[in-house]
Design a protein around this ligand. Sequence first.
Ligand code: ZN
Length: 261
Amino acid sequence: MAIRVTVWGENVHERKNKIVAEIYPAGMHAAIADALNNDAGVTASTVTLQDPEHGLTAQKLAETDVLIWWGHAAHGDVADAVVERVCDAVWSGMGAIFLHSAHFAKPFKRLMGSPCNLTWREAGERERIWLTSRNHPIAAGLPDHFELENEEMYGEPFGVPDPMETVFVSWFQGGEVFRSGLTYKRGAGSVFYFRPGHETYPTYHNAHVQRVILNAVKWAYNPAARLAEPSAAPNVPVAEALEPIEERGPRLHHDGEEGFR
Ligand code: ZN
């Protein structure tokens, strides 16, 4: 069975900005999904911020193996209930890929638990992306480095937790560097952050960038069944301990109670 990918697009600048609309006439989410659908092992669909529940109903998430998120101008318009639902799906085992300005997307910040801030400059400068983990599956088929002639600069320090692995770093013409491909495990879910993709440049039409996203989908895919309650914290009464034990000392809680949150 093909990996079911849902590409979530904010879909704001594509409709409001002429330059972005010319580069991505059907939206950035459509360009990303179209590229993925060239691979027989993937079935990609799209949803947007403007859809009811932003397109991310419980049913849609249950049918999503890997969620891709691109947002920029309207992070604050994403409903907190949807953010919680997305994070719950990741903790349950859904893969998630956050692209470019999604470093400030609500679900990414919630999953990282840190400010996710960085330095930036919009000057159309050259970005050189260096592969730092040669045999990593997300880097499969890529050269040791490749260039994007026009990109927005993102620079360190990047306010994220230390990743499991750094797969790419970027150098920018103005001199800054940035950790641009980072892997995380959050609950049972695999999370990848990939830096390129400013909306006024044709980055998602670049074959190397498309390859990274396809590789990341396959890396983040988890064929195991989702965890039913990833946030459950059950009390295990003395009588149910794996080895016989005797209760000692005072206690605050009753057997089987829910405890505090
Ligand atoms: Zn940008």
